[in-house]
Design a protein around this ligand. Sequence first.
Ligand code: PGA
Length: 250
Amino acid sequence: MRKPVMAGNWKMNKTRDEALEFIYAVSDKLPAQNQLDSIICAPAIILRDLVKRKGNSLKIGAQNVHFAESGAYTGEISPAMLSTTGVEYVIIGHSERRAYFNETDETVNLKIKAALANDLKPIICCGESLEERETGKTHEVLERQITKAFEGITSENLSNIIIAYEPIWAIGTGKVASDEMADEACGYIRSLIAKLYCSLCAEEIRILYGGSVSPKSVSGLMAQPNIDGGLVGGASLKSDSFIELCNKAV
Ligand code: PGA
């Protein structure tokens, strides 16, 4: 049995005060830790504050990390720096970072390795564009992204890794992939993990769907055999909506 996950991706939203207000509003209304991993991935500057005040049921994640240990990378944050904030997770390879900040399959792989080496659990994002879907390239894109992401990663690390399938055309557009479409892609990713590692590894790894998930669509998605949870942007910004998402996910 894979434990479900509900991960909020706040992106570049919320000041410290807004974030703390949210944390206090949700802290005693989330399912217990043994039922669900409820995660908020917040901007780096407020992570330490959130970790200190998150309560028992919430986990905190970052949205990005650099792959180098240290050096001349103005404005970047190293995995060790992130680790000292006490965060447990880090999103790696979000399509917005690939599109606007030149992240490639190669840097995604380097970041995953650096995160794991610093006790951070990667939430690895993958997914196709609308054009790639419409020209029948979804599997090809997922195979390339997943194969490169996992290059040099041993099977012992898999229990610390979450994969998020996020079709780019569904992010922030209100267009959720149909339950079947999302499940098919997550099932395909699972088959890639079976090919790269083993069938038990594929059965055990957690795969989330992301892209316009809302309290309305979450139950249908969660009922799919290959979907273990959601990576949620817009609908994770309001405390009531996040509470509803988490409670519907168990
Ligand atoms: P969305 O974002 O839920 O607002 O579509 C999801 C994501 O980008 O992770």
